[in-house]
Write a protein of this length. Structure first.
Length: 176
């Protein structure tokens, strides 16, 4: 089916202004490159914490860029400008709260403030959207927890078949 098209959307006022380097988006790409055996095309964007911009970019990456997976980073906390989950819920037809529940559970083993995180996931058309935390060190923890379900979810959405590196991650697909 060709290359996997994956969107990486960094939501950060300061990174979007060039005030600091986007280590979170880079970490997502590093982890995904390690986990997948496929050739991936990445659609990479950095935008400020503005709900309408986040919504518009999620719709664009799904509907125009045809990403099978969009991974966001940032904007999932309780701060007033943290609006990524709200934009994600608006963009999605179906929500998958288990992703956020599992990411919080795994993160709690490392930091008690994980209960403040509002990560979620959902489906827009044939795209899986997953909100990850903004802290680079938390990205691998969260992706390691939820990635085993991602290829099968993409299968269920009739997206491209994703193969993964078994030395890095064990994915789950039900036996046929």
């Amino acid at each position: 089916m060709g290359n996997l098209k994956i969107g990486i959307l960094t939501i950060s006022d300061r990174a979007s202004q060039g005030l600091y380097q986007d280590f979170s988006g880079q970490e997502i790409r590093r982890v995904v490159d390690n986990y997948t055996s496929d050739s991936c095309d990445f659609a990479y964007c950095i935008i400020p914490d503005e709900e309408e911009l986040i919504y518009d970019k999620l719709v664009y990456l799904s509907d125009t860029e045809k990403c099978c997976l969009i991974l966001t980073t940032g904007g999932t906390g309780p701060a007033l400008r943290d609006v990524t989950p709200e934009a994600t819920e608006r963009a999605c037809q179906k929500m998958l709260p288990g992703f956020g529940e599992l990411m919080r559970k795994e993160s709690l083993a490392h930091v008690p403030t994980a209960i403040l995180s509002r990560q979620t996931a959902g489906i827009r058309n044939q795209t899986l959207i997953v909100n990850l935390p903004g802290k680079p060190s938390a990205i691998e923890t969260c992706l390691k927890a939820v990635f085993p379900a991602i290829p099968y979810c993409i299968d269920l959405l009739e997206g491209p078949f994703m193969t993964c590196n078994p030395a890095e991650i064990r994915i789950f697909r039900p036996k046929k």
